[in-house]
Design a binder for this molecule. Structure first.
Ligand SMILES: Cc1cc2nc3c(=O)[nH]c(=O)nc-3n(C[C@H](O)[C@H](O)[C@H](O)COP(=O)(O)O)c2cc1C
Length: 210
């Protein structure tokens, strides 16, 4: 899959507060969402999104519901080089622990060309429940997957031991109280992902009978 969307006409200027935003009807978007799939990280190669494309992705990423407008999230970017350094540091950590499973799990992190790290920061006790702050951060991850797909890239949202391990979190630069919402891998898939099992609609949707 090498075809990419033409993003040159997109207007990225901030939209003034209060500007009316009429709905944009798009059957193509519906089609995209009906067949959306993550691309397994190991299939993601070059080209990765360009700087211009990345700007579009990030701006779409941040356009998520956010109760209280508190922005309980930040995104840290990795280049191929900084990601390689991260992998080296994590490998050293795993080897110091003699943890082969942890070392092996780094393969995924070392394969694709570029990753975005999405971190949520629900540090401040706030009247907006933590659960909702986390939901907003997860919505960023999902927006990134959708936008990457629409642009002609593949994306994969993962976590792993290094998203939860205290020393690894410190290497990643997380502040106290911050958690990783997801690592978003981006690249061009070498093959089309295959459909996976999907939940049964009738099993998951019901009318309230109270
Ligand atoms: C928060 C979160 C963390 C995830 N972490 C992993 C992971 O570490 N490894 C993995 O194989 N899949 C992980 N997944 C699942 C994949 O991102 C994805 O759901 C799965 O590959 C199927 O994706 P699709 O329904 O978008 O095609 C995670 C999903 C979420 C929401």
């Amino acid at each position: 899959m090498t075809e990419k969307a033409d993003i040159r006409h997109l207007d990225l200027a901030p939209i003034p507060f209060g500007t009316p935003l009429p709905a944009k009807v798009s059957a193509q978007t519906l089609e995209l969402l009906l067949t959306r799939r993550s691309a397994p990280a190991p299939t993601l190669g070059l080209p990765a999104p360009s700087e211009d494309e990345m700007e579009v992705l990030l701006k779409i990423g941040f356009r998520v519901p956010d109760h209280g407008k508190i922005g309980p999230w930040r995104i840290v970017r990795f280049t191929t080089e900084s990601k390689a350094r991260l992998v080296d540091n994590l490998r050293a950590l795993a080897e110091a622990r003699d943890d082969k499973a942890q070392a092996g799990a780094l393969l995924k992190l070392s394969t694709p060309p570029e990753a975005l790290l999405v971190v949520y920061s629900p540090v401040q006790p706030h009247k907006i429940p933590l659960w909702e702050q986390m939901g907003s951060a997860f919505a960023i991850c999902q927006n990134l997957l959708i936008a990457a797909g629409a642009m002609g890239y593949g994306a994969n949202w993962i976590t792993d031991w290094y998203a939860y391990d205290a020393e690894a979190k410190s290497l990643l630069g997380l502040k106290d109280g911050e958690e990783v919402a997801g690592f978003i891998y981006l690249g061009t898939p070498s093959e089309a992902p295959l459909e996976r099992d999907r939940p049964d609609y009738a099993e998951r949707v019901s009318f309230w009978e109270g």
